[in-house]
Design a protein around this ligand. Structure first.
Ligand SMILES: O=c1[nH]c(=O)c2[nH]c(=O)[nH]c2[nH]1
Length: 293
């Protein structure tokens, strides 16, 4: 029985790339997931382990990040074409390349009806939620928002934290702050215009995220909940669960490129998870709180 190598390809899957183009105070965001896959004369590595023709998948990933800095990403079709032509044009044994790019949409957060310069909410994925509990004939309504992803490309710092022998995190006075909001708020009473209340609570949380200069996600969390309680008397308590969706600056210096807060690796895990409850101190106590959430 003869065994042969059939069709094969290799590449880096799902490179998470976020770029911020800074035109003065107005920032433009691109959020892409890029996958590369190369084909060609690759028998040697499979059959003998000779890697002379294997452009490392790590190099393919670096190329994605470096290309994002060397010229504006532009339309995803153009970006994919540039990358695919590069791989097939520079590696003698690579005769085919497939570059897939998914673009994730972001809308500018509206503040006072005007699109914000550097704060965005991701399109899609968001859900409006409610959980109603009847206990001893009494109704408790807890409504909320799930999967509302927000990002600000400046206006966020994190420093002053303790440094022990395990601390490596650099202090920063300008970072991307991104999160996916899970919010639950407990209503006081029932005769409420639920739709209007939801719309206004959402607006208050988004505007606060956009405009509050952040020294920590914890501070932003508190400000978002407090803004709701200050403006909406029908709400007794707000609970927020905010993952810190880290965006790491890509080190482009090995390629002779400077990264002025423009090219980021959007990590999906692990992530910080910041959670908290913001309460009105005169709110009625619903009893064991988790029963109604
Ligand atoms: O806003 C933040 N809060 C933290 O507690 C924390 N921890 C960390 O590593 N980065 C951040 N950012």
């Amino acid at each position: 029985m003869a065994i042969t190598l059939g069709p094969n390809q290799y590449g880096k899957a799902e490179v998470r790339l976020v770029t911020v183009r800074r035109d003065g105070p107005v920032h433009h965001l691109k959020d892409l997931t890029v996958s590369t896959s190369l084909r060609g004369e690759l028998a040697a590595t499979h059959l003998t382990g000779d890697n002379a023709g294997v452009l490392a998948t790590d190099t393919q990933k670096n190329t994605v990040y470096a290309f994002a800095k060397e010229a504006p990403v532009g339309e995803i079709e153009d970006f994919a074409l540039r990358l695919a032509r590069h791989f097939t044009g520079t590696q003698g044994n690579i005769t085919g390349a497939r570059v897939k790019v998914d673009e994730h949409g972001w809308d500018r957060i509206a503040v006072g009806g005007e699109p914000h310069d550097h704060a965005f909410s991701r399109s899609g994925d968001e859900r409006r939620t409610t959980a109603v509990t009847i206990r001893d004939g009494r109704a408790w309504v807890v409504s909320g928002i799930d999967g509302l992803t927000l990002l600000k490309s400046t206006g966020s710092e994190f420093h002053g934290f303790p440094r022990d022998e395990y601390t490596t995190l650099a202090e920063t006075d300008d970072r991307i702050l991104a999160t996916a909001v899970t919010a639950k708020w407990r209503y006081e009473g029932e005769g409420i215009d639920w739709a209007e209340s939801h719309r206004e609570i959402r607006r208050l949380m988004l505007e606060t995220f956009a405009t509050k200069h952040s020294l920590s996600l914890q501070q932003t969390l508190y400000a978002m909940g407090a803004a709701v309680l200050e403006a909406r008397p029908e709400v007794a308590e707000v609970r927020l669960s905010l993952p810190n969706k880290h965006h790491f600056l890509v080190d482009l210096s090995p390629f002779g490129l400077k990264n002025d807060n423009e090219v980021f690796y959007a990590a999906d895990r692990p992530y910080g998870l910041i959670e908290g409850t913001i309460l009105r101190d005169d709110a009625e106590d619903p009893g064991p709180a988790w029963d109604i959430h």
